[in-house]
Design a protein around this ligand. Structure first.
Ligand SMILES: O=C(COP(=O)(O)O)N(O)CCCCO
Ligand code: NA
Ligand SMILES: [Zn+2]
Length: 311
């Protein structure tokens, strides 16, 4: 179990590969992610959003954070690969403190919806607290389009590399998520997928710290098709193409957040299994083949990120 996420990201940054940060909300997704990392001999970051902590704790933040840490630690001590637990999109000070207290390896303070100076101040405050107890901090600059945990961002505002330089220097944040055109969810682009690689290159040059790509799911079309064949309505779903992910990694992305690809895989295969095995009522027999597929998509992502064999 990794004490602070920075140690695995610094190595990735030096060697120009990326580590997957996979979201989980329950035991089965966590199992699939950790099995995939172990089979790929890859360091891995597992992440909970604030909503996931509330879901795991049935509304009680302390319980949710504690249970997440204990689940991850208990599984991780059996594995040969380094595992970090990360608070994704921390916004509520109470939730960030609960994660730090419970023993998370890193926390994200997402104040990107605030003006620059306020984002800087909020981030600096969390960095001081987290660093005092040896925990790493992620922050975001610029805005993703789409819905970020029920905050609707109408327009994406791309990162300003000059601002990033000042922001990182002043806050001493450990890793930064620059908005370069991605958005959360399965419908990322209206037309062609497009990332601002020029900006990314400058942000890396000016900050020289590990960088994070949010909204990075690929949304594989074969899995979308399968889901739709079994009754889902996901037409028009579009993600970040593999070649763009690889280019982003070359330019300095070292942590790649993935949630939607696991969700779509889960939904497609759950629908398939339920429609094919009509008399099955044992959840373990229903979930086994479904999470086998979730594990496979995590392994595929890990291979694309270049972190296979890096443990
Ligand atoms: O950036 C991401 C993942 O993005 P994607 O939706 O592309 O998997 N995350 O931070 C995961 C949580 C998104 C909100 O639920
Ligand atoms: Na994050
Ligand atoms: Zn995100």
């Amino acid at each position: 179990y990794v004490k602070n996420t920075k140690e695995i990201l610094e190595k990735a940054s030096k060697e120009r590969y990326a580590i997957g940060a996979f979201n989980f909300n329950n035991m089965e997704f966590l199992q699939a992610i950790l099995e995939a990392a172990e089979e790929e001999k890859a360091p891995v970051i597992v992440a909970t959003s604030e909503g996931a902590i509330k879901y795991i704790g049935k509304g009680d933040i302390e319980t949710g954070a504690k249970l997440a840490v204990e689940m991850v630690r208990t599984y991780a001590e059996k594995l040969s690969v380094p595992v970090a637990l990360h608070l994704d999109h921390g916004r509520d000070f109470k939730v960030i403190m609960a994660a730090i207290k419970a023993g998370y390896s890193s926390v994200m303070i997402d104040a990107s919806h605030l003006p620059f100076e306020e984002n800087l101040r909020e981030t600096k405050r969390i960095v001081e607290i987290a660093h005092a107890v040896g925990i790493s901090v992620e922050a975001e600059l610029g805005k993703l389009k789409g819905i970020e945990d029920n905050v609707v961002e109408k327009e994406s505002v791309l990162v300003d590399p000059e601002e990033a330089k000042v922001f990182v220097k002043e806050t001493e944040v450990d890793f930064l998520a620059p908005a370069i055109g991605t958005s959360h969810g399965a419908f990322k682009f209206k037309g062609e997928a497009q990332l601002d690689f020029e900006r990314l290159k400058k942000v890396k040059e000016y900050t020289q710290i590990p960088l994070v790509l949010h909204g990075a799911s690929m949304v594989p079309q074969d899995i979308v098709k399968l889901a739709n064949e079994y009754g889902a309505e996901l037409s028009g779903a579009k993600g970040v193409p593999e070649d763009m992910l690889k280019k982003a990694i070359e330019l300095g992305i070292n942590k790649i957040n993935t949630d939607t690809d696991l969700r779509i895989t889960f939904v497609a295969y759950l629908r398939k299994v339920l429609s094919e095995d009509k008399s099955q009522i044992d959840p373990r027999k229903i979930f086994k083949p479904v999470f086998e597929q979730v594990k496979e998509i995590v392994k595929e992502r890990i291979r694309i990120f270049g972190s296979s064999g890096k443990a």
